[in-house]
Design a protein around this ligand. Sequence first.
Ligand code: ZN
Length: 265
Amino acid sequence: MAELSRPPATPLIFAHRRVSSIPAREEIKEDQPHAFNGNLCPRGSDTVQVLVDTSILIATGAAHNINGVARFDGRYAGRAFTTQAIRDEINHRALNANPNIPTLASAAKRARDYLVKSGRVQVQNTPQTREFFSKMQLIHTKLRELAKARQPSGVTSSEMQKHAGEATLIAIAGLYSNPVLLTNDGGASLAAAAEDPSIKSLHFGDVLKEFVCQSKGELSLDQAKLAFIAACEASGIPFEAKPEDEDDFFTCGLTAGAEACLFCT
Ligand SMILES: [Zn+2]
């Protein structure tokens, strides 16, 4: 497999950013449900480095009717990264059946085997520095506060693990030159947006939209909508962040007969 012989990730740590490209820290309101803002400028979206959360791995594995894992690799090959904590979490989800979500373990297993174990999504080591750990700690605290504000009854141990994974991912994201967080979690999107400079987030609907555009008409609207339903069953996306009109959202402008597609041209 060609992908397996790919050289290890170039250390992108402390890559220099042009001053003009640094986005300002976003003002986060306490009651805001998420910071998802739709697809990014399409011209830049082929080069951004994506930091992949457990929720996106699961959603991708659940989108089995369109072979989501292979499409994910096709779209993000060489620029998808995750952390050891996320790798451990996806492994845990793959090994432990969840009676409330029957598709979750198989989706997690598919994503773990095809994307993470194979190295297609590259696992980054966390820098062993005091500075990095204190940054991670701050993000973790923020994630816990955001969760507590929504769920005053308290968080479960699996949610604690989830927050730990997200904190490592957001902290790692800050070390890349052009990072985008891929997550379905509204709290993680808010914590990423609150970083300085701000880190943008895309959820699985946005990722699926990229698959649609990339397929140049091969992926039908019905297939995309089915994939989205399966993905949302296995990994929820905040209601407020979902596309209002799925037919419109999961149709590439070019295949619909328009002269240009806002998302892929
Ligand atoms: Zn398009």
